[in-house]
Ligand binder design. Structure first.
Ligand code: PMP
Length: 354
């Protein structure tokens, strides 16, 4: 039986997507060739790329004037590419420091210019989203992380911003409605809500590029990839194909609006149990709790062995917390069925009755 997969990433993908993807490895499009042994310039793959890009545009209602790219190097490469492409020579940018990933983005920006940190939640091991800061208008851009995968915090509102707005949406893209027109650049590693690791989605407003005064290396220049439709070099064909299938699955389900409701139900179910059951406590500030990554601790450490045995026997996998937070982290990305969340909640209940 398939396990209840609460892994933080790479993570659960829809079963129907995995089945179609495995079929395409052997025989793609009934052409008696594998998806991964045909040219990326062949008509069938060009169709995959076009469809993946148009599904992103449709599902997120991306306005005209933006390009959708499938790049490589992970979200970590975007930490650098964002600064390379948007920070002027000797320029500065404003960042929120809301976790380990945000911090890595700050490090990259500091390698090219100055990253000013506006909101910093490191004082409480990143268990809240900083608020109330003012973004200066003289910075080249503002960068934030919408969902902090390790600590289970999520920005519920985005600050108003008179400069360029950049967001790392790696762990909550496609999980809720966002107004893309408020952002100038959004990026996300595929391996949460979109597909397997190996490609990174970048949505960028074309007109913001080319203004840094910097000579950008070819592969790090967004314009290189825009001008070639994400085909400047060989793209990661399999991750892009699986992403296309996952986005198709999401569209058939009713799109982002529909999944947002389901994600809210899953979050209400699990947080409800954490708050009700005296054996558990959440680690993130209530108002900043993530609907994707739910971090919690046992209030009585003597129950740890019993709980670990119980969830393991229930077929639950991947709920060990990140080493910097400890305890448990149940990640409930789009493909996680509510039934699996119910199994976890039942297990928590059973521990209380034990
Ligand atoms: N940003 C966030 C919010 C993440 O959760 C992660 C890791 N999953 C990254 C960036 C880094 O992504 P990658 O491993 O694709 O470089």
């Amino acid at each position: 039986m398939k396990k209840h997969n609460f892994s933080a990433g790479p993570c659960i993908l829809p079963q129907v997507v995995l089945k179609k993807a495995s079929e395409a490895i052997l025989n793609f499009n009934d052409d008696d060739l594998s998806l991964i042994e045909i040219s990326h310039r062949s008509k069938p793959f060009v169709e995959v790329m076009n469809k993946a890009q148009s599904l992103v545009k449709e599902l997120l209602e991306v306005p005209d004037g933006y390009s959708v790219l499938f790049l490589q190097g992970g979200a970590s490469m975007e930490f650098l590419m964002v600064a390379m492409n948007l920070m002027k020579v000797d320029g500065k940018a404003a960042y929120t420091n809301t976790g380990a990933w945000a911090k890595k983005a700050i490090t990259e920006a500091n390698s090219l210019g100055e990253a000013i940190v506006l909101g910093d939640s490191s004082d409480k091991n990143y268990n809240y989203i900083p608020k109330g800061y003012t973004i200066p208008s003289d910075v080249d851009y503002f960068h934030c992380t919408s969902n902090n995968t390790i600590y289970g915090t999520q920005m519920k509102v985005f600050p108003s911003c008179s400069t360029l707005m950049v967001c790392d949406m790696s762990s909550d893209i496609f999980s809720r409605k966002v107004d893309v027109s408020k952002f100038d650049l959004i990026y996300a590693g595929a391996q949460k809500n979109m597909g397997p690791a190996g490609t990174t989605l970048v949505i960028v407003k074309d007109e913001i590029l080319g203004n840094t005064g910097r000579n950008i290396p070819t592969m790090l220049d967004y314009n290189t990839h825009i001008s070639k439709g994400s085909m400047f070099n060989t793209p990661p064909v399999f991750p892009i194909y699986v992403s296309m299938l996952t986005l198709e699955w999401l569209k058939n389900l009713g799109g982002v609006e529909a999944i947002e409701k389901i994600n809210q139900q899953k979050a209400d179910l699990l947080y409800g149990e954490i708050d009700r059951n005296p054996l558990f406590e959440g680690t993130a500030a209530m108002e900043d709790r993530s609907n994707m990554n739910v971090c919690f601790l046992l209030t009585d450490s003597s129950k740890e062995g019993a709980f670990n045995t119980m969830w393991d026997e229930a077929g639950i996998s991947g709920i060990k917390g990140h080493r910097s937070v400890g305890g448990y982290r149940a990640s409930m990305y789009n493909a996680m069925p509510i039934e699996s969340v119910q199994v976890l909640v039942d297990t928590m209940n059973k521990l209380e009755e034990n």
